[in-house]
Each structure stands twice: as C-alpha cells, then as structure tokens.
Design a protein around this ligand. Structure first.
Ligand code: ZN
Length: 268
C-alpha cells in the first residue's frame, strides 16, 4: 500500500494584507485554510510601511500559523520614516520574527538615493537593537547593498535576501555575511535560466522559498493573483533542479526558516 507523503511547507515571504479576499468572502481564514490544505504549515507576513502595519497586524494577530515582520519598503519614498527605536519597539510583538522588508532598489527608483540608503541603515540598526534578522529587498543595487550591510555590521543579525533575482556573486557575498537566499515563483518563469543556475548552486542549508504573494505567481498560475498555497510550485521546481524529492526540499527549507527566524515556533 502506498504511504501518503505529508508535505510541510513554509512560505517565508508573503503580503497577506495585499491579497484580494473577495474570492474568500473577505475572510482571511478561508484563504489560510486553503494554504494548509496545500501543505503550507506557516507563513511570514511581511510589512511594507508603518501606515499599513496596524491593519496588517490586525488581520493575522493571534494566529499561530502566521508570523509578521515590521519595516518600510525601499520602493516608496513618500512614507513615514521610522527610527531604529520605533521599529525595535514594534518588533517586540510576540508574533514578530524579523525586521523588513528593507533594502535598496535602484531599478524602480532613481536620482539621489541617499534617502533609501539612510532608511536601509535605520532598519539594520533596528534589527541589531531587536536582535532579529533582516528581510532584504535588493534590485540593481548589488554593491551598495553589500557595502551597507558590511558597514552597519548586519552579519551580527543575519537575514535573507528575499525574492532573489541577482547574480551568483551577489548570492555568495550575501551568504558570506550569514544571509540566506530566498527564491520566489520567478524561478519557474520561462526566461529565468540565469536564476535557475543560481538556484542550482546555493547550498541547500542556506535556501528559503517564498511566494511574495500577491505578486509573482509561479507557473502555471503566472499572471494571476498569487497566494501562499502556490509555494509548492516553487518547491517542486527547485527540487527538480537539485535532483531531490519536493518533500525533502520542503523539509530542508522549513528547517532553515525556523533556524533563521528563531522567534518563530512551528504551530502545534
Ligand atoms: Zn515583499
């Protein structure tokens, strides 16, 4: 008799508060039930600004299967600027496991980027104050991202280079500072050969998987709204690249998640 294999996935990066809940009658617990039915044990709901943070927290507060972060995304200049102390204070919430997302994005913004760099430094200082890891968004800003992580001593707290789309050299530089590398549904896209090459090389004990939902739905859902329940597609694709079973990659990336985000405990 065949033994049913139970897959246990973690979605290490999603934005639950940005997902349209209309298909679920506005009820997030229905969306989360579907994620559990797809093998998703827990997820990390990532903050993008302080204006939306209270609503985001309110949506998931008290749930054991959803962890949260706090931070201000680098893509929007016109946001309330945090202080390290204010972020660290918000990070004291019992569901909080990380600071972010933060980082540098020279693809979507241009001109004088000092404001972005200052905001990034603020988050690294907050992470050190809070003793929690960083969730890093980095796009077309390789040298400055690594330089600032080094200058601010981010290796003290570590973190993850999330939704990774950069080079193998960048991945190595991040890992040298103690960071993990997280792959999203982009790795399933037809034109992502270079990224798949990176996913073949990142040591398995440094790898995370994520949806970044509601963005970047993996193939075969590409172009549709993304949800945590699709993280299994990312898992299957990378498992195939690495020549291991999806269950094995799920187990490894789940272990990595709870090791990195030490304040997160698996829901009973
Ligand atoms: Zn994100």
């Amino acid at each position: 008799m065949a033994v049913a294999v139970v897959i246990m996935l973690v979605d290490s990066h999603c934005h639950l508060d940005l997902i349209d809940l209309a298909p679920y009658q506005g009820d997030i617990s229905q969306l989360l039930t579907q994620a559990h039915e797809a093998g998703v044990e827990s997820m990390l709901c990532v903050s993008i600004d302080l204006e939306s943070y209270p609503r985001m927290l309110g949506l998931v507060e008290g749930r054991r299967d959803v962890f949260v972060s706090v931070g201000v995304h680098p893509n929007d200049r016109d946001r309330h600027e945090p202080s390290p102390e204010a972020l660290a204070e918000l990070a004291a919430h019992p569901q909080n496991v990380a600071i972010g997302e933060t980082g540098l994005d020279y693809f979507r913004e241009d001109g004088d980027m000092r404001w972005q760099q200052e905001r990034f430094r603020c988050h690294i200082r907050a992470a050190k104050l809070a003793g929690k890891p960083l969730i890093i968004h980095t796009r077309e800003a390789r040298e400055d991202t690594i330089r600032i992580l080094k200058e601010e001593g981010a290796d003290e707290v570590g973190g993850v280079l999330h939704c990774f789309t950069e080079s193998w050299e960048m991945a190595q530089a991040g890992m040298a500072l103690g960071f993990y590398v997280s792959f999203s549904g982009i790795v399933t896209f037809k034109n992502a050969d270079e990224l798949r090459d990176v996913a073949r090389q990142v040591p398995l004990d440094r790898m995370l998987i994520e949806t970044d939902s509601p963005y970047l739905a993996p193939v075969p859902h590409r172009g549709k709204p993304n949800e945590p329940k699709y993280v299994g597609k990312v898992c299957e694709l990378i498992a195939e690249l690495r020549g291991i079973e999806p269950e094995e990659l799920a187990r490894i990336t789940r272990d990595n998640f709870y090791r990195l985000f030490a304040a997160a405990t698996p829901p009973a």
